[in-house]
Design a protein around this ligand. Structure first.
Ligand code: FAQ
Length: 313
């Protein structure tokens, strides 16, 4: 048996036995590349996702709401850092990944290209966007690459707090006056469909799903996860008296799931190809923050080099 085929057999055996692939293990080049693609997109999403919420930090209605939101946004930065570090274990440097983002070569979740117009949007983001992220990430806790799976376990714990704080904002608004309830409904109307798009194209249209499932990078298809999200979210809307903006939404007794209407895939394509409402603004803000932080990176490098010199003396 050649060395290459025994390495491949070893890799396949680990995948079949549900063992994690670790950074020093041999892995097919296409597996490594696909992971770098998905994990770096995920990292970029966490960090770009700070922007719509950051927009409301200085306008949160109470000091308590402000400190909770601040903690949540800091968590998202932390998630980005775990994920960039996990991606670095595959041999991709942070600089390369950030360059790809800035040059428009890397994607991030489409949802973060929509504006957060009112305080209720902060509720909707936590409730729906974090809610969708958790459904996806719970399944990724069992992904085959060890550093990614372990990052997901930690991230899911924090996301569940995020989802609850968002829903709690919606609960409070729905218990308020007519204008507050209308603001909550308007936020749901605008964020519902983009949240369904977060799960990606239908399985039959998904470029990466089939191979990612064989490698156990993905543990469930885009449609299965989207359905799970709809099934768990509709009753949450009912409880607080909000209406899901979908005339075709109805419980299907036979399937044991909600049926729902068609997603506007043209809008999805527009947004992921850089032409959503806020794509340019999101990237410009990220570039500016990155440039403003250049002195911090230089200082850390100088400090680390100095520590190294002192250790050698
Ligand atoms: N947006 O073949 P597939 C969060 C792209 S974290 C943009 O199905 P795949 C926390 C896809 O990349 C949210 N692009 O792809 C938070 C591919 O393009 P490529 C992020 C999308 O990878 C909350 C092409 O379409 N979560 O929210 C999207 O098998 C609140 C074909 O698609 C993750 O990233 C989209 N929605 O499945 C932070 C989870 N969907 O690369 C702040 C990890 C698809 O060929 C505030 N990622 N595309 O050019 C995944 O599970 C997968 O990557 C999917 C897509 C399911 C997103």
């Amino acid at each position: 048996m050649s060395e290459a085929s025994s390495l491949q057999d070893f890799f396949d055996g680990k995948i079949a036995a549900e063992e994690k692939i670790e950074p020093k293990d041999w892995m097919p080049e296409a597996y490594r590349k696909n992971l770098i693609r998905q994990m770096s997109q995920h990292a970029h999403s966490e960090v770009i996702g700070m922007q719509p919420e950051g927009n409301w930090l200085s306008r949160a209605p109470t000091l308590e709401r402000k400190s909770v939101l601040l903690a949540k946004i800091q968590d998202e930065a932390g998630h980005g850092l775990y994920l960039y570090s996990a991606t670095e274990t595959l041999g991709a440097s942070r600089e390369e990944l950030i360059d790809a983002l800035h040059e428009g070569r890397a994607k991030y979740a489409s949802i973060f290209n929509y504006p957060s117009l009112t305080w209720a949007d902060i509720g909707a983001i936590g409730w729906l966007v974090d809610g969708a992220a958790i459904v996806n990430q719970i399944s990724l806790q069992r992904t085959s690459y060890g550093p990614y799976a372990r990052a997901m376990v930690r991230i899911c714990k924090e996301e569940s707090f995020h989802q609850r704080q968002g829903y709690q904002i919606m609960v409070a608004l729905c218990a308020g006056d007519d204008a507050q309830k209308a603001m909550a409904q308007d936020a749901l109307d605008r964020w519902w469909w983009p949240s369904l798009m977060m799960f990606g194209p239908h399985d039959g249209e998904s470029a990466h799903s089939a191979q990612s499932m064989v490698w156990k990078i993905k543990r469930a298809g885009n449609d299965e996860l989207r359905q799970k999200f709809v099934d768990q979210t509709v009753p949450q809307a009912d409880i607080i008296g909000l209406r899901i903006p979908d005339a075709d939404l109805k419980w299907n007794e036979t399937r044991g799931h909600y049926d729902f209407g068609a997603i506007d895939w043209e809008e999805f394509s527009r947004v992921i190809s850089g032409n959503g409402p806020c794509n340019r603004q999101r990237l410009a803000t990220h570039r500016q923050a990155h440039d403003n932080g250049a002195w911090v990176r230089a200082a850390v490098q100088a400090y680390t080099a100095r520590q190294g010199e002192q250790a050698d003396e």
